[in-house]
Design a protein around this ligand. Structure first.
Ligand SMILES: [Zn+2]
Length: 360
């Protein structure tokens, strides 16, 4: 793609440095794993690729707004000039991605959290998995009773499936880490090792498929939705949750908090090299709608329910919108200006001092 440099600020340049507070909280083991990952990328052993065109509108021009992620890993974030889709244009290629998930991702992202402890934390009464269940149940209302089988792709330990299991539903999930899968299996959950293919191979169909913080990790979005569609019963539903670009990133005066989700004005903190897309609700909806779904409800965190529609044709929608890129760029520039304001910087300085005082 042809990229115009319009970096949000100097702190988004690729200098290989991660955010101070993120770095400070990391264990020695996580720091070493991160250093090794950066070395492997530099040597070309872990490969990153660019898109030939925008995955949503197929436009070929984009605006470069960031060169690294929160850990200082090379990560070119761009905004498509034609439709405003924000995406990672230095994504890990298929082979490298498996290596990243198997050898690096867990140490860096789930630093030192043991599987049993993680399950306990993610299923205690105030945990988000219950709020997620409540969100889905309240939106589906009486339809929930009719749903018999629930799948989750990228289920980790199955904590999102547990409330459905306890409500008498048949549940099935898939993921790659056996240690985490075992924790859920010990609670009676049917969890398979593997990706989407493992659920397809089961030959079963689901009335509801959960994609919680996995959709933004997919590379080929259209193919992923087509795979999901095949696994659904004719009137099946999909629940999609991704870190929504517009609510997670807001200037201080517009901060909001809901169900434990909180806005921040630190957009660099939001960026992760394994996230291939920074979606708002409109873009998630565009992808689903052109692949045979209609949105039932959604918000900008992003939490959204889609229902399989009768149409199996790609509708193409109206995702071509040249004003969208300017709007998104201006929005993120405002958030970044707010982050760099004296008030935010004073707060950050105070937090840095406190962190140093606590650890020395
Ligand atoms: Zn586009």
């Amino acid at each position: 793609m042809k990229k115009t440099d319009n970096i949000l600020s100097h702190r988004f340049r690729n200098n290989s440095k991660g955010l101070f507070l993120t770095n400070r909280k990391m264990s020695l083991r996580a720091k070493e794993t991160l250093k090794r990952l950066k070395e492997e990328i530099n040597k070309g052993n872990i490969e990153q690729r660019e898109h030939e065109s925008c995955p949503l509108c197929f436009g070929k021009e984009a605006i470069l707004i960031a060169e690294k992620d929160r850990y200082g890993i090379p990560c070119e974030t761009v905004i498509c000039k034609c439709c405003g889709l924000v995406f990672n244009d230095s994504f890990f290629d298929e082979v490298s991605l498996e290596v990243v998930y198997e050898e690096f991702y867990g140490d860096i992202n789930f630093d030192g959290v043991a599987p049993e402890g993680s399950f306990f934390k993610r299923t205690r009464p105030d945990a988000y998995s219950w709020k997620r269940f409540a969100f889905i149940a309240l939106k589906l209302d009486t339809i929930l009773k009719e749903l018999k089988t629930i799948f989750e792709i990228g289920c980790r330990d199955g904590c999102n499936l547990l409330p459905f299991y306890l409500a008498g539903k048949e549940v099935m999930g898939c993921d790659f880490d056996e240690e985490y899968l075992d924790v859920g299996r010990r609670r009676g959950l049917n969890l398979l090792r593997g990706g989407t293919d493992s659920l397809v191979a089961s030959g079963r169909q689901a009335d509801l498929i959960i994609l919680s913080h996995v959709f933004e990790h997919f590379v080929d979005i259209d193919k992923s939705i087509a795979d999901v569609r095949k696994m659904l019963t004719p009137r099946g539903y999909v629940y999609v949750e991704v870190p929504g670009l517009l609510n997670w990133n807001r200037k201080r005066s517009d901060f909001i908090s809901e169900d434990g989700c909180k806005s921040s004005n630190n957009f660099l903190m939001y960026l992760q090299s394994v996230h291939n897309y920074c979606f708002d609700l409109e873009k998630v909806s565009s992808f689903f709608e052109r692949n045979g779904f209609e949105m039932v409800i959604g918000d900008e965190w992003v939490r959204a329910l889609f229902r399989k529609s009768d149409s199996t044709e790609l509708t193409k929608g109206n995702y071509y919108n040249p004003n969208s890129a300017e709007r998104i760029l201006a929005y993120l520039q405002t958030v970044e200006r707010d982050f760099r304001s004296p008030t935010t910087q004073l707060n950050r300085f105070a937090r840095k001092l406190l962190q140093k005082a606590l650890t020395t």
